[in-house]
Design a protein. Structure first.
Length: 220
C-alpha cells in the first residue's frame, strides 16, 4: 500500500519473515523498557521523518486463578499489554500532533467478556479501552484518531500455543468453536483487514471506540 513499515519485537526472526525489506525497518527491542522504546521511536523518525499510523500489538498472557497470580506474572502481563502502549504513545502523540494520525491498540474480546483463569490479561486489555478513549478525546483537535481492535479466537500463536499445550483438554478446538457463532477460528487476515480499515481514511469518523473481530463471540 506504499507505506514505510517499522516494527519492534524482541525476536528478529518473527518480524524478518514478514516485513524486512528496503522500505521497512525492524528494531529489536522490548516494549516494557522505556528507554528502548524512546530510542526506537527516535530511530524511526530519523529514517522515515514521522509516524502516521501506530499499531500496538505486543501481548502476552498468564493463566491462573486471579488470587494465585504472582506479582511477577502480573507485572509481565500489564507491562507488555498496557504499559508498553503508554511508553509508545507518550512519544508518538507529540509527533502526530503536527499533521494528525491514527492509533490502533490491539485488545481482545477479553475486554468485553470474561472466562476463568486469565484475569490479568482481561484487565490489561480492558485498560486499553480507557487509554484509547482518553487519547481520542485529548487529541481529536489534532486530527488524531485512537481506537482498539478486539479480536476473538484467532488461529495465531497466543491461542494455538494454548490449544496445543499438553494441559489442553481433548477436543479443545471443537469445544472453543461452540462459543463462536460463525463456527470457525478467525484467521490472521481477518484481523489484518480490520486493522487496515481502522487505520485508513475509510474510518476517518471513527475514534475513541472498539471494533470486535470475533465471529459473533460477544453477541451470544
Ligand atoms: N491469538 C488470539 O486468539 C488473540 C485473540 C485476541 C487478541 N490477541 C492479541 O493479538 C496480539 C497478537 O497475538 P498473537 O496471537 O499473534 O500472538 P503472538 O505471536 O505471541 O504475538 C505477540 C507479539 O508480541 C510481541 N511481544 C511480546 N512481548 C513483547 C515485548 N516485551 N516487547 C516487544 N514485543 C513483544 C511478540 O514478539 P517477541 O516475542 O519477538 O517479542 C509477538 O510478536 C496480542 O496483543 C494478543 O493479545 C490475540
Amino acid at each position: 500500500m506504499g507505506f514505510n513499515v517499522a516494527g519492534m519485537s524482541r525476536r528478529r526472526t518473527v518480524f524478518k519473515k514478514t516485513y524486512d525489506g528496503q522500505k521497512n525497518l525492524f528494531l529489536q527491542g522490548d516494549i516494557t523498557k522505556k528507554q528502548m522504546v524512546q530510542a526506537s521511536i527516535r530511530k524511526i523518525v530519523r529514517r522515515f521523518g514521522t509516524i502516521d499510523i501506530f499499531i500496538h500489538a505486543a501481548g502476552n498472557t498468564h493463566r491462573a486463578p486471579f488470587h494465585k497470580v504472582t506479582c511477577s506474572a502480573w507485572n509481565r502481563v500489564i507491562d507488555t499489554n498496557l504499559k508498553g502502549a503508554y511508553y509508545c504513545l507518550r512519544d508518538i502523540i507529540p509527533l502526530m500532533r503536527g499533521k494528525g494520525g491514527s492509533i490502533l491498540l490491539i485488545g481482545s474480546v477479553g475486554a468485553f467478556a470474561s472466562w476463568e483463569d486469565e484475569a490479568v490479561y482481561q484487565i490489561a486489555k480492558t485498560g486499553l479501552l480507557a487509554m484509547a478513549r482518553a487519547v481520542a478525546l485529548e487529541n481529536a483537535k489534532y486530527n488524531i484518531r485512537a481506537n482498539v481492535l478486539c479480536p476473538g479466537l484467532i488461529d495465531a500463536p497466543m491461542l494455538t500455543s494454548l490449544i496445543n499445550s499438553k494441559d489442553a483438554p481433548k477436543d479443545f478446538r471443537r469445544e472453543l468453536l461452540r462459543d463462536v457463532p460463525l463456527n470457525r477460528l478467525g484467521e490472521t487476515n481477518d484481523v489484518v483487514n480490520a486493522a487496515v480499515f481502522m487505520t485508513s481514511q475509510w474510518a476517518s469518523y471513527i475514534t475513541g471506540t472498539a471494533l470486535l473481530v470475533d465471529g459473533g463471540y460477544c453477541a451470544r
